[in-house]
Design a protein around this ligand. Sequence first.
Ligand code: BDR
Ligand code: CA
Length: 317
Amino acid sequence: MTDIPRLIIDTDPGQDDAAAILMALGWDALGKIKLEALTCVAGNVPLAYTAKNARIICDWAQRENLPVYAGADRPLLKPLITAEEVHGKNGLDGVTLHEPRTPLQAQHAALYLAETLTAAAPHSITLCPIGPLTNLALAFSLAPHCVQGIKEIVIMGGTFFEPGNVTPNADFNFFVDPIAAQIVLQSGASIRIVPLDVTHQACITRERMNRLRALPNQNGTRLADILQSYERFDIQKFGLDGGPLHDPCAIAYALHPEWFTCKTVHVAVETATGLCEGASAVDWHGTTGKTPNAEWAYRIDDEAFFDGFTEAVTALP
Ligand code: BDR
Ligand code: CA
């Protein structure tokens, strides 16, 4: 029997982050993965909201025992850019929010990551960063040796074949903290990247939204309400078929890499300001001669993915 993946999600919830966290909690309930913690970062909305939203999502899944940590409240070297126009002022537009019961841990998220990964058995923990990479970059800077505990890092970020969603050529997560992204890419850990190239193939179409809404549990309806609010932006602005499930794709990759087609490449992120800030330079044809540092996903079996997503959400209260 293969080992159950142990996951830590680093997140900035965010509506599609909420979908990703609920997906992971559903698979955890089914015994398919073991979700060990949520670490929060500023991104879609400021840290005060992301750390609160993560705890509210745990409440929804009746997982008040899941440790939630707050980390960086801004990128390493630039001012924070947020995305309230997509996710709403508090980050979870579409539903009414309550005061969370799940406690916030006292430790800083970056310290938690540094200590946990340093103490972990070699190559034992999968990290799924689905927001700006500031917390991971801080942890790797504090304790470079902690990389030893990482099995793989599945990053939602970047874009190469698809236009960017925040500038013409950058995705939000890499653009918000390009230096952090570059630190993570150079960390030497085993890295898989789930970029817009793939997540724009994983949209929640009308038929899928109806399936989600028809689920008999509260979280199915709740997620349909959140994603219905979320999709307006992407349909209007990018002409997509529905809201792209960016962040759930990273969770899916951690458990089902066979749903994705990838190429082994060298990836670097532009850290200079200017037209290409935060863009991912993917050496598709090996023109630089640099040693590959990542698996770049560029195709997804979106039907299998959505079936898996539905299976996970169905397992929730
Ligand atoms: C990423 O940006 C955020 O708005 C989403 O949550 C996702 O992580 C996509 O570029
Ligand atoms: Ca996110």
